[in-house]
Design a protein around this ligand. Sequence first.
Ligand code: ADP
Ligand code: ASP
Ligand code: MG
Length: 421
Amino acid sequence: MKKIIVQKFGGTSVADTDKIKNVAQTVIREKNNGNDVVVVVSAMGHTTDHLVKMAKDLNPNPSAREMDMLLSTGECVSIALLTMAIQAQGYKAVSFNATQIGILTENVHSKARIVDIKTEKLKKNLDEGNIIVVAGFQGVTEDGEITTLGRGGSDTSAVALAAALNAERCDIYTDVEGVYTTDPRVVQNASRLDIISYEEMLELAHAGANVLHPRSVETAKQCAVPLRVRSSFKLENMGTLILGVEKMEIHKPVAGVAADSSQVRVVVCDVPDTPGAAATLFSCLADENVSVDMIIQSYARKVSNTNDIAFTINKEDLDKATVILKDVQAKLGAADVKIDDDIAKVSIIGAGMIDRPGIASTMFKTLAENNINIRMISTSEIKISCLINKEDAQAAVKALHDVFNLGCDEIADVKGTLPDV
Ligand code: ADP
Ligand code: ASP
Ligand code: MG
């Protein structure tokens, strides 16, 4: 039986017809290696951003169902065009959207999780010698409703397809040459990593390194899908391989640095210090699918017997959360709800920091030396995150990248492939 390779091409890789022709060549090259090829594509260039803007021009609060209906169209354009480009080279190819295949998701709009992928149609078409081109980012519910997987979700479509088809590997083709120690657009001498563990990559992705959608890494880890990130434009470079931590030797305590400015901080002030207050607050948010990231509860004030509860959520969820929080404030008898959107989360990640003292203090000291105030802190076994002012984010990333010796002598080649804005 032939091996199946899943290839995913992001928006920059299919930004115009010349780039689509280039992608067609890469796909055909894999087919000529004797493999079956399933290709997942994103919407062209900044299509999704433009669609979001148009929606907001017409309705500041568009319904999630109609947003999914709208945003899923971007990927449909790409699959048809890429398929035509492949066919123009004399190869058999066929495009499918998520509904045609049966990429089934939960019944949640705008950030649905994939629950199952039907493989019959895919296998039949591969057996007939077709290259298959699939629309990323979208899914369908049991009832036939169109859903999307969240911004950047085409990576997850690709990995989930690779898992469902038991593919040999999943190659994520993008506009940089792999996973770097930090965003090479922010720190020019960031080093490309040859390998990184699923665990570290997952933390990096959650911390804001948008080179991979977090759920794609989660799925790759769960289903042991070998995952590679590589450049669409420099095919000779093998990029970065993401694999299980047990297969790696860890030299440095910190593998990477990331910043995320997509969150807002919420402070619920003067919450009465009674059992169940936090449970009420966070279950109301969870019921409406609002994910919470960092959480801090202050010590109870002796006189008023109240706490402040501060946490961060995604900006995208702010409108929804504001309505919920008004209700919760009244329910809990809290004094006020404050929102602060001028924040960024900066994180250091590394499996090598386990049992190595001094990493946190070096991070805090470095931020202090750069006059950067820390407003919240959270940690996991392999990650330390600090919430800081947004204007300090780039300086913080550069300083932390330096202090943990992550740079190299080369300057990453990212300018040539910057998307046309
Ligand atoms: P695509 O459209 O191919 O999905 P994305 O824009 O989603 O591409 O992701 C690629 C971008 O991720 C790069 O251009 C880079 O600026 C950014 N990035 C952030 N952190 C990292 C990192 N640690 N390594 C590589 N790229 C990163
Ligand atoms: N087109 C979608 C987005 O821009 C999905 C993706 O590119 O992965 O978020
Ligand atoms: Mg992406």
